[in-house]
Write a protein that binds this ligand. Structure first.
Ligand SMILES: [Zn+2]
Length: 283
């Protein structure tokens, strides 16, 4: 990934997505921003206790860096896919953003989903992350894009193939043409999990086959433990869904190992912040 600097923030971009004209995307690090410890930096989440006025200021920083307004559903660690689009009667030619943006935001506030798909320009899909894998997709033929919030629960329910199927149904997306980016997520180095979690994966055959679990001794010498690699599991799901290996770029960052750059729900003292990830098309 390449690193970009903007006013009061820093963000990473996948090389192949950054090369697409009109497409904008960013994985924001926690550097910059206005939050104080323990949220220090560019915290985008208002639900873990940070000062809301400060979170709004951080959000404005993200909007300014992207040049697009942000939209997003409620995330619930499920496997639902939401299509994000303006109301049919909203005038797409309108220069008054509020006319279509506020109704869209109001609708999404009532929508529970952990994957968003879209093919309209003028807004960025955006969520805040802190260990779950952000997976970004772009279909160059149909100018459709997606953002996935893949924690262990979504990954166990094969949310990546579900999202690709939804793009195929709605936009005619061909998986072999998709460009995919997997952002910073908690790695097997840091993520101890349980036999129950492995059993949940096994209940969904594709997710079970693609899961990357690792059994190894605990660092503290207290016996063996099971660890999960969320990013690698999602990469395997992308491949299983027909995405070409050369079209997949992974960040290589573990959020737990790199709390200097990102937030980690599991590895930082609680409460902690959440970093922003966004993707959208410019008008
Ligand atoms: Zn780690």
């Amino acid at each position: 990934m390449r690193t970009q600097q903007a006013d009061f923030c820093e963000y990473l971009q996948f090389e192949h997505l950054a090369a697409v004209p009109g497409l904008t995307h960013a994985v924001f690090t926690r550097r910059g921003g206005f939050s104080a410890a323990p949220y220090a930096g560019l915290n985008l989440s208002g639900v873990t206790g940070d000062d809301l006025a400060t979170v709004r200021r951080n959000r404005e920083t993200v909007i300014a860096a992207l040049g697009l307004p942000l939209v997003g559903t409620l995330t619930v660690h499920g496997a639902e896919v939401a299509a994000v689009e303006r109301d049919a009667d909203a005038d797409v030619e309108t220069t008054n953003e509020a006319e279509w943006l506020e109704p869209l935001r109001a609708r999404l506030r009532q929508t529970r989903a952990d994957a968003m798909i879209a093919d309209q320009a003028g807004f960025a899909l955006c969520w805040a992350y802190g260990d779950c894998a952000p997976v970004l997709l772009f279909d160059p033929r149909h100018h459709a894009f997606a953002m996935i919030h893949a924690g262990w629960r979504g990954t166990a329910r094969a949310i990546v193939p579900r999202t690709i199927a939804a793009m195929r149904d709605r936009y005619g997306t061909r998986p072999g043409e998709l460009l995919a980016g997997i952002g910073p997520a908690i790695g097997a180095c840091c993520y101890e999990t349980s036999a129950e979690v492995r059993a949940t994966f096994a209940a969904e055959p594709l997710a079970g086959e693609c899961a990357h679990f690792e059994e190894r001794p605990r660092a503290d010498g207290q016996g063996m433990a099971l660890y999960l690699d969320v990013a690698a599991s999602n990469e395997a799901q992308l491949l299983a869904a027909g995405v070409a290996a050369e079209h997949i770029e992974t960040s290589g960052y573990c959020t737990g190992c790199r709390t200097d750059l990102f937030y980690s729900h599991r590895r930082e003292p609680k409460p902690s912040g959440r970093f922003a990830v966004a993707i959208g098309l410019r008008t």
